[in-house]
Design a protein around this ligand. Structure first.
Ligand code: PEP
Ligand code: MN
Length: 357
């Protein structure tokens, strides 16, 4: 929709606009109002360059998008029927909980196994374990490929699917060769478009679920959804969106908690939402509140840093990991809440009509 600077375009200006939109296979129709005329673009109006050209015209005030910029992630796209399972569960029908260490200590596999066992007992569906770590300081522990074997061994021992974060193509290939069940793209790589494309391509056949964290510097929600569109448009439609807090942080928290964007995400896109309360508030004592708030906002699941003896952790664990016994309580409370909030979600998520529990 084109809004002109003056009450209406001159004949010459209208011709210029017509010429631009026709180059992109669109047409333009004036809609006269009482005080001004606006101009509707008809056709697929998602061409970035068309928008840039129109917005660059000196007689155009602004151009509003009617269609969303993401064709595949859009709630109205064909893919909205896309249903995939995580640990055998269909998101939206059952609560999904991912839990585990921020970082696996390759020198202490037993510590991870102890946690994994307790986490499985607590009722988690997927086990997390950081093999490679995106650390703020290059002097901090960066991860070690050897830890992937520990993660895979934990999966076999405790019969629980596993997820790990990758930061580049090489790590992605190691993770895929090791047959991890799910891949995490961290907040720092949420806008690494080359990596997002590569992930879509390399998981095209396996279609393993990809958990995409929201970048801490991300502003508009459309930027987050468009990042997921990169993965989907390059071959893997099984994407999960993960709000994890943004900057600037609330004084006392690690980030600015953003679990409240879940209803907005769910109105715009069909993708499941799994919230990370650990990196959002960043302190174990606040995590239960943030986790339950996320479920109250309609999240399909949680990813929570959990550790049997957090003080011995080598990543974020010592300050923000909860104990598996707390995880068990959160899961119990979250389950009740999860089904209770469905009645509110039905007002804006049409697919929920069939979810009965
Ligand atoms: C993590 O999950 O341990 C992590 C580093 O997360 P984020 O990318 O959200 O900071
Ligand atoms: Mn962490």
């Amino acid at each position: 929709m084109i809004i002109p600077k003056n009450p209406q375009l001159t004949e010459e200006e209208f011709e210029i606009v017509k010429k631009i939109v026709s180059e992109f296979g669109c047409s333009v129709t004036p809609i006269p109002g009482e005080t001004m005329t606006v101009y509707a673009i008809k056709g697929d109006e998602r061409h970035e360059l068309m928008f840039n050209r129109l917005e660059g015209l000196p007689f155009v005030l602004r151009v509003d998008r009617i269609q969303s910029m993401y064709k595949l992630m859009d709630i109205h796209s064909e893919l909205s029927k896309n249903r995939f399972k995580i640990a055998g569960k269909i998101p939206e029908e059952d609560l999904i909980v991912i839990a585990g260490h921020c970082t696996i200590d390759p020198k202490n596999p037993n510590l991870f196994f102890e946690s994994a066992h307790a986490i499985k007992e607590a009722g988690a569906d997927v086990l997390r374990g950081g093999v490679w770590k995106p650390r703020t300081s290059p002097h901090s522990y960066q991860g070690d490929s050897k830890a992937i074997d520990i993660l895979i061994e934990a999966r076999e021992r405790f019969n629980i699917p596993v997820i790990t974060e990758v930061m580049d193509e090489e790590q992605l290939e190691v993770a895929l060769t090791s047959k991890v069940d799910m891949i995490q793209i961290g907040a720092r790589n949420a806008l690494n478009y080359s990596l997002l494309k590569k992930i879509g391509e390399l998981t095209h056949f396996s279609r393993i679920p990809i958990l995409l964290k929201r970048g801490m510097h991300m502003g508009p929600i459309d930027e987050f959804i468009s990042a997921a569109e990169y993965i989907v448009s390059h071959g893997n439609p099984n994407v999960v969106l993960c709000p994890r807090g943004t900057v600037p942080a609330i004084d006392g928290y690690r980030n600015y908690p953003d679990e409240c964007i879940t209803p907005l995400l769910k109105q715009k896109t069909w993708a499941p939402v799994i919230v990370d309360p650990s990196h959002s508030v960043g302190r174990a004592i606040y995590v239960p509140h943030a986790a339950l708030a996320a479920i109250a906002y309609g999240a399909d699941g949680l990813i929570i840093e959990t550790h049997i003896r957090a003080r011995e952790g080598i990543g974020d664990d010592p300050k923000q990991a909860i104990h598996p016994s707390t995880l068990a309580q959160i899961i119990e409370d979250a389950k009740t809440l999860f089904y209770n909030v469905k009645k509110y979600q039905k007002a804006y998520i049409p697919q929920l009509e069939n979810v009965s529990k």
